[in-house]
Design a binder for this molecule. Structure first.
Ligand code: MG
Length: 368
């Protein structure tokens, strides 16, 4: 069955169909059997920037072990949650998948610490934001095709990603597909950051039980199982956290669609946000995230790694700034057009954690 026919059968009237796409900046012939958003997803998966997420920090750096999430596995969890919701709500799963896989591609090495450093160094020339950086990668920096710079993604994927960079500034809501990826991101990290922090012993189940979200997920697990060993119990509670949040998001979104009488994409865009947790879940998540923020994201072991990582990244920044004309061609061109700061940030943000740390550690050893 052709994708257009398939979409007509399965998509809700308020979904963003392939037929409604505004196309690509550089016109290309349509594909005989892949929808435009499937092609976008494939282009993202085959990009170098996407592959490098495997060696970029989500919250915990590689040095801490090999259990915890990387930026890539986080991305895959977000895509998994977002696709589940998209299918359940009959919106465009291909578009949701492309948006989810794209959402963190602009992250520099070392997570938010890396982003803070670059945004500080570029303060006077427009700053640095990982969401905006993904758009730069997709429209200009990634080199894949002889015909055009970037990936020439569909207008809707780029608009969805731009929307992440402009949070709060726009007057109308984005399509449900974009809203769902945002909500799925939060579902995924609340569950996996708790899981990783427990395994890394940066927080205890007792500390997590100070929050209503954890206590209630635990109560649901304890109703079904007794006498689970600590590890098995942790895995069940994390699973419950995911399943409960996804089910809540699905039910709350579905209810809003019905209450607001949403019948078209235009309806989605002129009403308040539809894809969000229930009021009760939103409160529970707020309390949970504030505990994670205090106890985990500011944990001494996280901060120690951060200090070294930032020193290494800043050293590289300062050295390249003095020799931006020696960068690879796409960055040299940026230096000419937008100045050396932007060129160096474009280059450094493309690097993996280890590409920054390995030479820095060698140099430190030689000095020592
Ligand atoms: Mg994310």
């Amino acid at each position: 069955m052709h994708y257009a026919e398939r979409e007509q059968l399965i998509l809700a009237p308020y979904a963003l169909s392939s037929a409604a796409s505004k196309g690509r900046e550089h016109a290309e012939p349509v594909h005989p059997y892949r929808s435009p958003f499937q092609r976008d997803r494939d282009r993202i998966i085959h990009s170098a920037a996407y592959r490098r997420l495997a060696h970029k920090t989500q919250v915990f750096t590689g040095d801490l072990g090999d259990y915890h999430r990387t930026r890539l596995t986080h991305t895959l969890e977000v895509a998994s949650v977002a696709r589940t919701l998209a299918r359940a709500l009959a919106v465009n799963e291909d578009l949701v998948e492309a948006l989810a896989l794209a959402h963190d591609v602009g992250h520099p090495p070392f997570g938010h610490a890396g982003e803070e450093l670059l945004s500080e160094r570029l303060r006077h020339v427009g700053g640095f934001n990982h969401n905006a950086q993904a758009v730069r990668i997709f429209t200009r920096l990634e080199e894949r095709y002889p015909e055009f710079p970037g990936l020439n993604l569909s207008h809707e994927v780029l608009a969805g990603q731009r929307r992440r960079a402009e949070k709060g500034a726009a007057t109308e809501q984005p399509p449900l597909e974009v809203q769902l990826v945002d909500a799925a991101d939060s579902v995924a990290y609340d569950a996996h950051d708790a899981d990783d922090a427990l395994v890394l012993e940066m927080i205890t189940p007792e500390e997590l039980a100070l929050t209503g979200l954890w206590r209630r997920a635990t109560a649901r697990v304890d109703k079904r199982y007794t006498n689970l060993a600590a590890d098995a119990h942790r895995r069940c509670v994390i699973h419950e956290l995911l399943d409960w949040q996804v089910s809540d998001l699905h039910a709350a979104t579905k209810a809003r669609i019905a209450e607001q009488g949403i019948e078209s994409l235009a309806d989605v865009q002129c009403r308040p946000l539809l894809a969000a947790p229930s009021h009760e879940m939103a409160e529970l998540k707020r309390e949970f995230q504030s505990l994670l923020f205090r106890q985990v994201y500011r944990h001494p072991r996280v901060l120690t790694h951060r200090t070294e990582a930032i020193a290494a990244l800043d050293d590289l920044y300062q050295r390249h700034l003095l020799a931006a004309d020696e960068l690879a061609p796409p960055y040299q061109q940026v230096a000419v057009e937008a100045g050396p700061e932007r060129a160096v940030a474009d280059y450094l943000s493309s690097l993996t954690d280890r590409a920054v740390l390995a030479p820095w550690r060698r140099a430190q050893r030689d000095i020592g």
